[in-house]
Design a protein around this ligand. Structure first.
Ligand code: 3PG
Length: 220
């Protein structure tokens, strides 16, 4: 499959999950605990960020325990991290920004990768490298839906789809998901690192269930 086809397949994959928790784990045990909540609540997606040393182990543990989980790696800033994410069992990777070296590494390895963009120039560069699925980061701080709609308008004919993250919460997720160009949204609000560390699993479950209900309500 060409890299562009892989990027299109990523759009389809993300369009089935719609909301993706962006996660920073302290250890694999924490990841498994959250994985159980995600699977039980029907929000079967996770972006495990390489912001902690535990990322690779967490991806491996989640892949083994929950084969049905749509599992991506986040904050992938180097080809080395990309390779580790792939080997651990991630299905795709994303990053906050656009590093052509990482995109080329993904192309060489036939691995779905969505870089982050927040300007037209970045969209054009990402597209020229083969990407049609892109993260829109930092969504709210950069200008939110107003910016995304204006910025994506000239590229409508290219079939580019965006995953906004950065300031997305239950309060604005539905508005983002109501826009055709938005394939899914992501965010840390569902399971914050400090809440997992503090053992606030009931709060996290409530957040995850609310997100799953929101997705269901959008499908009606
Ligand atoms: C990301 O990497 O997608 C962001 O850190 C998510 O931003 P948030 O913390 O505002 O959800």
């Amino acid at each position: 499959m060409s890299f562009r086809a892989l990027s299109q397949a990523l759009t389809e994959k993300l369009s089935r999950v719609r909301i993706i928790p962006v996660l920073s784990f302290h250890d694999s045990e924490e990841a498994l605990r959250l994985g159980e909540i995600l699977m039980e609540s029907g929000l079967c997606a996770a972006e495990v960020t390489f912001r902690t040393e535990a990322a690779e182990g967490a991806i491996r543990a989640l892949r083994k325990a929950y084969p049905g989980l749509c599992l991506g790696a986040g904050t992938v800033l180097s080809v080395e991290q990309l390779t580790r994410a792939m080997d651990a069992g991630a299905e795709f990777a994303v990053a906050p920004g656009l590093n052509p070296e990482v995109v080329r590494g993904a192309v060489e390895r036939d691995f779905a990768f969505a870089p982050g963009v927040c300007t037209p120039s970045e969209i054009e560069l990402a597209y020229s490298l083969g990407c049609v699925t892109m993260k829109f980061f930092p969504a709210e701080a950069a200008g939110g839906l107003t910016l995304l709609k204006a910025m994506s308008a000239p590229y409508k004919h290219l079939g580019i789809r965006f995953m906004p993250t950065g300031g997305v919460t239950t309060a604005n997720a539905a508005a983002y998901l109501g826009v055709k160009e938005v394939v899914a949204v992501g965010g840390t609000w569902l399971a914050k690192a400090e809440d997992m560390a503090a053992g606030k699993w009931d709060l996290i479950r409530q957040n995850v269930v609310a997100a799953a209900q929101l997705i269901q309500s959008l499908e009606k």
